[in-house]
Ligand binder design. Structure first.
Ligand SMILES: O=P(O)(O)O[C@H]1O[C@H](CO)[C@@H](O)[C@H]1O
Ligand SMILES: O=c1cc[nH]c(=O)[nH]1
Length: 234
């Protein structure tokens, strides 16, 4: 047990999918896993372990923002031995050719700051995805037929952003979308020698000012979960 995860030793799988929303963790576990068992509910941050095609998988919430994800990912890696961590999140599109419900596989994640900034100090470390997971994710998206984009994303510290100038610069430099956790997940994966990938579903569009209706969100998230599972065990 850790300060934030009450799971018994051995009850977390080496492969962990991490949505921001703990309710999405429960939904994904009950929809995609066989025999899902709740292994954590400390602070309402659900974690479920089950199997997918015979492979052991945990789906555990990260909370919103990099400080929250950092707590859970650190404990999952350092105390529970997680070796493959795949974020399954929503994001806002920052390019015209990226549509609602499309999937983005984050090759890199830019940020203004992360919980690791104090470690890197003057170094502009480039957090990136595990190539094997990324390549397998691309193949899975092709097989399923999900429109999929691969490239850089932005991990923001705030949802209510007061820097439209910065968004414009990122759009001009090809950043595909914005979310709030991947950069720190990639930093931690690099530090601890584990594999990480962020698979993101576009839930809203910053340029077109469109958003998925709330009732469509869950059904639109299924492809990203499938892609994450297929990539993890490719
Ligand atoms: O849908 P999730 O995984 O929570 O991801 C996105 O949604 C939240 C903001 O609404 C942030 O956590 C952002 O990264
Ligand atoms: O962090 C996020 C997630 C979805 N949409 C956004 O604009 N930002």
């Amino acid at each position: 047990m850790t300060p934030h995860i009450g799971a018994a030793p051995g009850s977390i799988a080496e492969t962990v999918l991490m949505p921001g929303d703990p309710l999405r963790a429960e939904w994904a576990a009950k929809t995609f896993l066989d025999d899902p068992v709740c292994v954590n509910s400390v602070r309402g941050m659900s974690g479920f372990t089950g199997t997918w095609k015979g492979n052991r998988v945990t789906i555990h919430g990260s909370g919103m923002g990099m400080p929250s994800l950092s707590i859970y990912a650190n404990e999952l890696i350092r105390e529970y031995g997680a070796k493959t961590l795949i974020r399954i999140g929503s994001c806002g599109a920052m390019q015209e050719n990226v549509g609602l419900r499309d999937v983005i596989l984050a090759m890199t994640a830019s940020s203004l700051s992360t919980p690791s900034t104090g470690i890197f100090r003057e170094l502009n470390f480039a957090p990136c995805a595990d190539y094997g997971l990324l390549a397998a994710g691309v193949e899975s998206a092709k097989r399923i037929g999900t429109p999929c984009h691969v490239g850089g994303i932005y991990s923001a510290d705030v949802f209510y952003d007061e820097r439209p100038d910065l968004n414009e610069i990122m759009t001009r430099h090809g950043i595909l979308g914005v979310e709030m956790e991947a950069a720190e997940l990639y930093n931690l994966a690099a530090r601890h020698g584990v594999r990480a990938l962020a698979v993101l579903t576009v839930s809203d569009h910053l340029l077109r000012h469109e958003a998925l209706p709330a009732e469509d969100r869950q059904s639109s998230f299924g492809d990203m979960v499938q892609i994450a599972l297929e990539a993890a065990f490719a």
